[in-house]
Unconditional design. Structure first.
Lengths: 151, 151
């Protein structure tokens, strides 16, 4: 059987945990002149979030900073903040097929956290890879929605 | 006086601290089919490092993973590993003029760690912003060398 080729074609985003989303947005705006491209609440992930677009990528998508504030104490972001304080929470690779990529990566012995992809930012499909299998880096895989630019 | 416009035009790289560079390169190769674009030793920073190019960016450059292994115990990466273990160490924004960007950001009240830019990967000029002023995120500014593709 031929091995599936895993195609991760961009850094989709860097996820940053913060205690106060509005203050963190204000920091990025004041310091770097960045502005918010999209914001939403993801109830399942337990976060309020803002996406700052940094650059376009050559696979037809873009790279963002994703600012994440917990909306409840049992959110993974709340637990991260309690343990580590504010800072980088995860990195995310973009792929055209998150399910195929996750399955192929699982075959390499890396633990995939969601058996089926879940809903991510801007209608994307996402899963996560366990940091213990990824050199301490919580790693997300993202398949953008067909129309990514829906605010 | 007109305020200087700060132009950070890409995510240049994500810096990842690791204990064993060769094993970490092997992980990224085996798991994602990524290959090393460039590697070098930076004596001043006290690291052995490998750059994995993930995608091209619309400012004419690219986004990389930067894998960093300390070469001595007083390297900032050695101290980070002792305190936090392996994982994301910093994020880096690309800019056409690192000195101008750093000066403008310093005026916003953010501590810039090097008064004058130092030598970064692939002949780039770099400085860092203190994480205490950046929501816990150690943030690097990178001006690529005139010819970035010199291996």
């Amino acid at each position: 059987m031929q091995e599936a080729v895993i195609m991760l074609t961009r850094i989709d985003h860097i996820g940053i945990a913060c205690r106060n989303l509005d203050e963190t947005i204000a920091f990025y705006q004041r310091t770097y002149n960045f502005s918010v491209f999209h914001s939403e609440v993801n109830e399942e992930q337990g976060v309020r979030e803002a996406m700052i677009k940094i650059n376009e990528t050559d696979d037809g998508h873009a790279t963002y900073l994703q600012l994440l504030e917990p909306i409840r104490d049992d959110s993974p972001i709340a637990k991260f903040l309690a343990k580590h304080g504010e800072g980088v929470h995860h990195i995310a690779f973009g792929t055209a097929d998150v399910k195929a990529a996750a399955d192929a990566i699982a075959e390499k012995g890396v633990q995939v956290l969601y058996p089926e992809p879940r809903r991510g930012t801007m209608g994307s499909s996402i899963t996560f890879l366990h940091p213990k299998d990824c050199g301490g880096v919580l790693t997300e895989l993202v398949q953008a929605a067909a129309s990514e630019d829906t605010h």
